[in-house]
Ligand binder design. Structure first.
Ligand code: APR
Length: 308
């Protein structure tokens, strides 16, 4: 049995960060694909040369074609266009929809049995689009958002309580954006719900900071953050190639769960070798459910813009 193969389409900031972490964790061989000739090849060579220092064995390949990606176990899609001046949200949606469609077609052609992990924004809409274009069963198309959002929530809780991030687990549902739904009742430190450790007012403030977590970084950095997003993608790749069956929030296709039908949105799932092995339904208060439905409404509109 050879090594697993993980392909990353889009060797930009997030894609390259994910690729490097995946190689470092020795999850398998890594193929990076981009449209800018030289970039995926150069980054692959650079990363490979970190191998002897960091002591990892992984074959790293960069390419502008898809042949090298053949029969990948996981394909991560991070290819997209940044929002340019004068571009509306809708323009960006259409531009990225075109990119995702052409990428998904190529992925399916070369890796018909793979699991696709989506990252391109607007995440929940692009994941739906990739699912449609690929023709894959919904279990094999999953979006990354909840891991990053809950990682941000965990980071801020750790800062608040001065306690190890290792002891903090958090649940953030809903779409990746202003409408995400952090769930303090399901967020614990050493098993203790944060509602017993932090005042309601501070929890609200920390939840707001989490919702704006991406924006806070863009403001400082002038481009989107990529370390935490790349790490979140690597964790998803790990859950799939090692069949870990992690219970984590991801964007998944709902068919009536939480009263939402035919939409991708962030919910707790079990992620393993088959992709989304289960969608977990948890009790939500009517307020939490309302927030989730409000989040869903914006994505329903979004998939409408690209013709669904
Ligand atoms: N095929 C392959 N790669 C592509 C394609 C395509 N059709 N179109 C664009 N790319 C590549 C770009 O050349 C670039 O290297 O995708 C990469 C995107 O990387 P960055 O611009 O650095 O963006 P990043 O911060 O990594 O974010 C990736 O996630 O937040 C979303 O939608 C946002 O598009 C962004 C994506």
């Amino acid at each position: 049995m050879g090594r697993k193969k993980i392909s990353v389409i889009g060797a930009g900031n997030v894609g390259a960060t994910a690729a490097f972490l995946i190689a470092q964790k020795q999850l398998g061989d890594v193929v990076m694909v981009d449209i800018v000739d030289g970039v995926p090849q150069g980054k692959a060579l650079d990363m490979a040369q970190a191998g002897p220092v960091e002591m990892f064995d992984a074959k790293l390949t960069g390419s502008i074609g898809y042949e090298e990606t053949a029969d990948s176990d996981v394909v991560i899609i991070t290819s997209g266009s940044p929002r340019k001046p004068g571009m509306t949200r809708e323009d960006l949606l259409n531009t990225n929809a075109q990119i995702v469609a052409s990428v998904a077609e190529n992925v399916v052609k070369h890796s018909p049995n793979t699991v696709i992990v989506m990252l391109t924004n607007p995440l929940d809409i692009m994941t739906y689009h990739a699912w449609k274009v690929s023709g894959f069963p919904a279990e094999r198309v999953v979006g990354q958002a909840g891991i990053l959002d809950s990682a941000r929530f965990r980071t801020f809780i750790s800062m608040e309580l001065d306690v190890s991030v290792e002891d903090i687990t958090a649940m953030v549902m809903g779409g990746h954006g202003d409408t995400m739904v952090p769930l303090p009742r399901y967020t614990t430190v050493g098993g203790i719900p944060i509602t017993q450790l932090i005042s309601t007012q501070r929890i609200d403030e920390i939840s707001d900071r989490t919702r704006n977590g991406g924006g806070e970084i863009v403001e400082l950095l002038k481009v989107s953050g990529y370390y935490a997003a790349g790490a979140s993608l690597a964790q998803m790749a790990e859950a799939i190639v090692l069949d870990k069956k992690r219970l984590i929030p991801c964007s998944a296709h709902l068919t009536g769960q939480y009263g939402i039908d035919n939409l991708y949105i962030g919910v707790p799932i079990i992620l393993g070798a088959d992709g989304i092995e289960k969608i977990v339904e948890i009790d939500l208060s009517s307020e939490e459910l309302d927030s989730l439905h409000r989040s869903a409404a914006t994505y329903r509109e979004g998939i409408g813009v690209i013709g669904y």
